[in-house]
Design a protein around this ligand. Structure first.
Ligand SMILES: CC(C)(COP(=O)(O)OP(=O)(O)OC[C@H]1O[C@@H](n2cnc3c(N)ncnc32)[C@H](O)[C@@H]1OP(=O)(O)O)[C@@H](O)C(=O)NCCC(=O)NCCS
Length: 346
């Protein structure tokens, strides 16, 4: 049975309707199992994103089919040479697989291993990473022999339960404690003239995130990557909002951003929040987080949840989130193993 399954490469740019029909059917099964409470990404959004060329990342897609039905899917990713992170990230490969529930424990997931090994060799990658928040994924990855490197907690804030008076207080206290610091709010893409300074500061702040034991290179945001991000967002109608603080000398000391889309109006993703180490301890984190939620209430009265991810060990961020009312909704683990360890499993 399993022997007749052959991994086949999928090219989203040339894929015909039959492939997309199979894939969207498969995606619905995966969504029902993994994210039943969330809106499903519309087919046209997924297709537009997968078809758009990405100069910074190389992504490979593969399927296994039986009787015209997609049984399993794999995607694998690494940095492209044009990525400013290439030098410190080129040894890393990320893989993600899904097998339809009724086809599990028959060795299908294991059929992806030689494919992953070949792709890693093609790119010269020496470490493969995988993420899972499912018992089946943990079981499979442990069998593989990969090590747990980073525990991530997804938390959700229910907007109907927010203590608005507390958030107003946090915003007021932020202003009082740093009277010279200015709060700025941007809806939609940041003005292009800001990209160089924003990119540099965002890189600095992103590199202060605790990644526990994860092998990860330097995070490098550049104006070119900001442009690519905005093009990608515009393609599917995603809108970003940024709240930041600026010190009297013009330096951006704190930033937080969220993303909204019409196809998931109830769900706002809060991406990154960071405060410069030298500006910590002044209530800026609470100020920008509170200002963002107050802003969202005005902009999107029909939004129901804000969702965010943090490292399990990120005490300060989790403390702010928990006090705001964000509740843990899911725990995921990033695992990594070397190409040699993978080879031993083959
Ligand atoms: C993870 C997943 C891809 C594995 O697919 P699969 O075809 O069932 O895996 P295999 O049959 O090749 O399993 C190989 C070995 O992994 C281990 N394993 C797989 N599923 C397991 C489970 N649910 N519990 C414990 N161990 C498990 C077993 O040792 C298994 O060998 P065995 O059946 O001979 O004991 C599949 O369960 C899945 O799609 N899960 C949801 C998505 C996910 O978490 N993906 C992340 C992985 S990158």
């Amino acid at each position: 049975m399993v022997a007749e399954l052959v991994p086949a490469r999928v090219d989203p740019v040339t894929a015909g309707r039959e492939l997309w029909k199979r894939y969207h059917d498969f995606r619905r099964v995966r969504h029902t199992e993994l994210r039943p409470e969330d809106p499903l990404e519309p087919d046209e959004v997924v297709e537009a994103q997968m078809k758009k060329p990405n100069p910074f990342d190389v992504t490979h897609y593969f399927e296994m089919t039986r009787g015209g039905q997609m049984v399993s899917w794999l995607d694998g990713q690494t940095v492209a040479p044009a990525n400013p992170e290439y030098e410190t990230n080129k040894h890393l490969f990320w893989a993600d697989a899904y097998v339809r529930p009724e086809h599990r424990r028959q060795g299908i997931g294991a059929l992806w291993l030689p494919v992953v090994a070949r792709l890693m060799d093609e790119h010269g990658c020496t470490v493969v990473g995988m993420h899972s928040d499912q018992d089946s994924g943990h079981g499979f990855i442990k069998w593989l022999g990969a090590e747990s490197k980073l525990t991530e907690i997804e938390s959700r804030l229910k907007l109907s339960e927010v203590d608005w008076a507390m958030l107003e207080r946090w915003a007021a206290e932020g202003r009082q404690r740093s009277p010279q610091t200015k709060l700025e709010i941007y809806d939609g893409p940041l003005p292009e003239a800001m990209w160089p300074e924003f990119a540099a500061q965002r890189s600095t702040l992103l590199n202060t995130i605790p990644f526990e034991g994860l092998d990860i290179g330097n995070i490098v945001v550049t104006p070119e990557r900001i442009r690519e991000h905005y093009e990608r967002a515009a393609l599917v109608g995603e809108v970003g909002h940024d709240v930041m603080t600026r010190e009297p000398d013009g330096v951006i000391s704190g930033m937080t951003d969220v993303s909204w889309a019409s196809y998931r109006r109830t769900l706002i993703y809060q991406q990154f929040t960071g405060v410069l180490p030298s500006a910590r301890g002044r209530g800026i984190g609470k100020w920008i987080k509170a200002a963002m939620v107050l802003h969202i209430r005005e902009l999107y009265p029909d939004a129901e949840w804000i969702v965010t991810d943090n490292a399990h060990s990120n005490g300060p961020m989790l403390k702010i989130n928990r006090t705001m009312g964000f509740k843990p909704s899911r725990t995921g683990i990033d695992y990594q193993m070397s190409r040699d360890q993978l080879g031993a499993r083959l």
